[in-house]
Design a protein around this ligand. Structure first.
Ligand code: AMP
Length: 185
């Protein structure tokens, strides 16, 4: 059973490529960003607590997302693709513990490598098409800062475990998907 992390900066194409990976390997897709946006859309207590943080492009607390992931793993039987999680080293450590608790182990981490100018171009483009609240210029800057400060060290964490697979994240969507599937396979 495969349990994979897809990793990269905001705008690197994690969501798009996740669709190909889950389809190809028959995995359950879990995106913490999607789960958190649903809490906001459903106007839950949690949604009210996290809205301002997300709108500002800051990370929500590790405890909140880790609890969501714990539930998702408990409900899954196929193997999983984690998208947008882990985003801090503390989350990466939690993920290892949660997988172990369920008798699983992380197979690998796929890191999409995309230059910063290309990330900003894609995020502004997506802002026009999807109208996501956190896809404006100010928030994009915060999200990239959070990524560089808190999330990039996660790549080191997996490199040290020998689980990091660096993939060129530029080119056509199909080309990138092919690279990823080949690397995982
Ligand atoms: P995403 O859809 O992955 O770009 O996530 C959108 C926003 O949700 C982020 O900017 C954070 O505010 C929040 N978020 C998503 N995943 C996490 C996570 N693993 N840890 C903390 N905050 C998260």
């Amino acid at each position: 059973m495969k349990n994979i992390v897809i990793f990269g900066a905001p705008g690197a194409g994690k969501g798009t490529q996740s669709d190909f990976i889950v389809e190809h390997f028959g995995l359950t897709h879990v995106s913490t960003g999607d789960l958190l946006r649903k809490e906001i859309a459903d106007k839950t207590d949690l949604g009210r607590r996290i809205k301002d943080i997300m709108d500002a492009g800051r990370l929500v607390s590790d405890d909140i997302v880790t609890e969501m992931i714990d539930k998702a793993i408990a409900a899954d039987t196929k193997g999983m693709l984690f998208d947008g999680y882990p985003r801090t080293v503390a989350q990466a450590e939690s993920l290892d513990q949660l997988l172990a608790k369920h008798g699983r182990e992380l197979t690998c981490m796929v890191q999409l490598d995309v230059p910063r100018e290309e990330l900003i171009r894609r995020l502004l483009e997506r802002a026009k098409i999807q109208g996501r609240a956190d896809d404006n210029e100010e928030t994009i800057k915060n999200r990239l800062d959070e990524y560089n400060k808190k999330t990039l060290p996660v790549a080191e964490y997996y490199a040290a475990q020998g689980k990091q697979m660096l993939i060129n994240g530029t080119g056509s969507i199909e080309e990138i998907a092919e690279r990823i599937i080949k690397a995982i396979g």
